[in-house]
Design a protein around this ligand. Sequence first.
Ligand code: HEC
Length: 398
Amino acid sequence: MPPFLRELLDLLLRWVHLIAGIMWVGNSMLFNWLDRNLYQPEPDKQYPGLQGKIWMLHSGAFYEVDKKLLQPPARMPAMLHWFKWQSYTTWLTGASLLVVVYELGGRAMMVEASSPLSLLQASALGLGTVVGGFFTYDLLWRSPLKKVEAVLVPLTLALFGGAVFVLTHQLSGRAAYIHVGVLLGTCMSGNVFFHIMPSQRELVRATEEGRPQDPAIQWRAKQRSIHNNLLTFPLLFIMISNHFPSTFGNELGWVVLWVLMLGGAGVRYVMNIRFTWKPWRPALAGVVVLSVGALVALTLPRAAATPSSTDAVSFVRVAGIIERRCLPCHAAKPTDDVFTVAPKGVRFESPSQVKANAEKIKLQVVTTKVMPLANKTGITDDERELLGRWVDQGASLE
Ligand code: HEC
């Protein structure tokens, strides 16, 4: 695919993905919050099927909402609003984006240059984990154990943890993180498609046929909806993770991802139960302090590592390394086979461009080693060390 076309597709898909995702997650948050703030009105105001009431204030008026099951002889309302296209659009654009940016983005986006995997094998592993992971998750929660959370929650965590471990050890950090994100997103949209929507269709059918509604069906939809709610925070981190090389570029990138996924889901969980659980404030603080503390412990040592030698590094040597290892991509007219414009507009053709990016070069090449991308240009550890030392010594152009 021509690079300009890929960039255009990337832009349009990403834009729609973000809009649909905000609408979907926004709905999930609002309905979850709403459910947990329902109250039971006085007995004389209650009627069969009523599950709770809530009053809200928004944009200049009051909204009065009743949560209920429609009991016969109640009739279907003339106009009923469903919430599903936000979810489907988010998934469709997200899955397409994955293919455009990674599977079609060239081998360097998927694996390190030293990896034994071909682009095709790497893509098969990534997509296979998404599809296989989703079906395993779904079967677990369809099984007779579906109400035994004490068993299924640890099994589900082990499943996602296994996907994190395998992908981060086989694919490049950024590709691994995003494929895990697509796995979570697929579970979420799959929950809407295979469980929540069919349950709702059954509720509607029962009402139309004048049958009583089955609370078991309602329960199944709610269980999957709560899973989706808990997965939102981990997924939102993964969506922005590619901006943070200290995470996906970390030697222990799989632990970092795992910590942030657990931390995100933990925060979401405590926020959900805060209306009925008094000690939620210290619990929330505990989750945040533990996760952020672990994140700092995992990323700080490399950032604070001191160079092994103190010999001065001349700019001539730095310029030689940059020319060989970086300019194939970071130039006005790159010679790389995939990148035909300087990635992110970052160019190293003049000494001042190199100096201006000195701190970023250290972070990308020395602290996290995410550049050169996939080490496509074969930089050596000695060269990385020289670049880092040059930055530490003040990035002089002498
Ligand atoms: C094979 C192509 C390729 C090579 C070679 C390469 N880069 Fe990059 N570089 C990229 C891509 C792609 C991005 C954009 C990554 C992204 O979107 O997060 C990038 C981004 C960057 C950024 C900007 C990061 C940010 O988020 O602001 C810096 C700095 C950078 N590279 C430094 C280097 C240095 C230094 C070298 C040489 C040691 C190098 N790169 C070699 C492809 C390459």
